[in-house]
Design a protein around this ligand. Structure first.
Ligand code: ASP
Length: 450
């Protein structure tokens, strides 16, 4: 059995959904189909999920919502008409949206979640109806049937019983169309995953039914070794390990959600990233192990939006519990960190800047000064992390030197290096403005010369 997931652009219009049907029909093993909400039809289009977020926010502010509901319905209407489906399906969708808007607003996050999920939920119903209408017997299955997730305040993840519950889908005769992006708590409250989270749903389903393959259909032929918007004509990645993909998607490789690897990785279901618009292209396979390619580096990624909390105190290395107390201050502010490079008397804690506000930043700095008696405390912004990834890197000497030389040629200073914690990656912290130049220089070093 194959589980496939179709992303937003793959289900953005009637024409795209016809391609999806042809792909599913072409292989009878494709029995479970997870779908996103309709995404962008062209560069300047708006994703249905974004329309729904606007709708939710308007409802929370007690503003007029009817026009916003209509914007969403219009998107589905265009699809339904193009697929020659009965128009009454749009009345059902409009009714569903109105009901959601009337829902409980006590917790704003959960209220927004319940509206955000309407894109996937209604799209799955519509696609199941379309499949059936063209002679491909299909059934919509709600995440309520078993995709159990945790409660607030933690970010959403599937509980172990979700896998047990969803295993029954293995027995299906019809094609199952399952909405991506959300699940229900034990108490029946809807919660969405992070943006792009339909990848996670597909992966949970693939793990639950122990699929032979998880096909993730998107709008690119494959994963590239570097961002094609920055590097000219980068090498295509044919095969990549879970660990490599995890490291690359951490820093900017947005083709596949970084949280989506965990469920399939645990039980070893291979993933194939494929293109709905070019399904005969082999795509990129994500596997547990792959043969060596002769190239130590598989990919280079870069992501901006990092800040560093720099703390120095003489004899810090002798002070038992210093690191714990420092990280506790961040935990109290509900901030997660990414790296903690440290020296004898200083430590930097690197985090995603979006978690910071002028208020929590001031509180953090004051507390570190007062409670830890640090001599110097500073929050610096505007960093990018450049990540060089490859299973072959461990066995290769001089790689860090080559990377550092290539970076130095751009004139950028290396603010941080993290090597060794992960066996497959080497991370450089640099000032954001050098990001693209560095990516190009590193690509040239490891791919053009390799
Ligand atoms: N529709 C959601 C989003 O736009 C989830 C997804 O497409 O994976 O983030």
């Amino acid at each position: 059995m194959i589980v496939c997931k179709f992303g937003g652009t793959s289900v953005a219009s009637a024409e795209q959904i016809q391609k999806v049907a042809a792909i599913v029909k072409a292989n009878p093993a494709r029995k479970i189909v997870a779908v996103s909400a309709p995404g962008k039809r062209s560069g300047d289009d708006i994703k249905v999920t974004d329309l729904l977020i606007e709708l939710a926010n308007a409802a929370l502010k007690n503003e007029q919502v009817e026009e916003k509901i209509q914007n969403v319905v219009n998107r589905f209407q265009a699809i339904a008409e193009g697929l020659h489906l009965d128009n009454s399906i749009c009345d059902v969708i409009a009714e569903d949206l109105r009901e959601r808007v009337q829902g409980d607003q006590t917790n704003e996050e959960l209220f927004i979640d319940s509206i955000k999920a309407a894109g996937e939920d209604n799209n799955a119903k519509l696609i199941a109806a379309y499949f059936t209408s063209i002679g491909m017997p299909a059934r919509y299955v709600s995440p309520k049937s078993g995709l159990v997730v945790n409660d607030l305040p933690e970010r959403t993840f599937a509980l172990p019983e979700a896998y047990e519950n969803l295993a029954v889908l293995k027995e299906t005769k019809e094609i199952i169309v399952f909405p991506g992006f959300f699940g229900y708590t034990k108490a029946g409250v809807l919660r969405t995953f992070d943006r792009g989270g339909s990848d996670i749903t597909g992966s949970i389903l693939a793990a639950a039914v122990e699929a032979e393959l998880y096909e993730n259909f998107t709008d690119v032929d494959c994963v590239f070794s570097a961002n094609p918007k920055v590097v000219n004509d980068p090498v295509e990645i044919k095969e990549i390990t879970y660990r490599e993909m995890r490291e690359l998607s951490y820093a900017g490789f947005s083709v596949f959600h970084d949280e989506a690897l965990m469920p399939v990785y645990k039980i070893g279901v291979p993933v194939n990233i494929k293109n709905t618009n070019n399904p005969s292209a082999p795509g990129t396979r994500i596997v547990a192990r792959r043969p060596a390619t002769g190239r130590p580096v598989t990919g280079i990624s870069a992501d901006s939006g990092f800040s560093t909390l720099y703390v120095s105190k003489y004899l810090m290395n002798r002070e038992v519990g210093f690191g714990r107390r420092l990280l506790q201050i961040l935990e109290d502010e509900n901030i997660s960190y990414e790296h903690t490079p440290s020296g004898l008397d200083d430590i930097s804690v690197i985090m995603r800047s979006h978690q910071l506000t002028p208020e929590n930043e001031t509180r953090i700095i004051e507390r570190v000064k007062n409670e830890l008696q640090a001599e110097h405390v500073e929050m610096r912004h505007g960093f990018s992390m450049i990540v060089i990834v490859g299973e072959g890197m461990r066995h290769n000497t001089g790689l860090a030197a080559r990377a550092a030389t290539a970076i130095s040629q751009t004139g950028a200073n290396i603010e941080m290096i993290n090597q060794g914690s992960s066996e497959v990656s080497l991370v450089f912290g640099v000032l954001q403005e050098y990001e693209n130049q560095i990516l190009q220089a590193l690509y040239k070093e490891f791919f053009a010369h390799a």
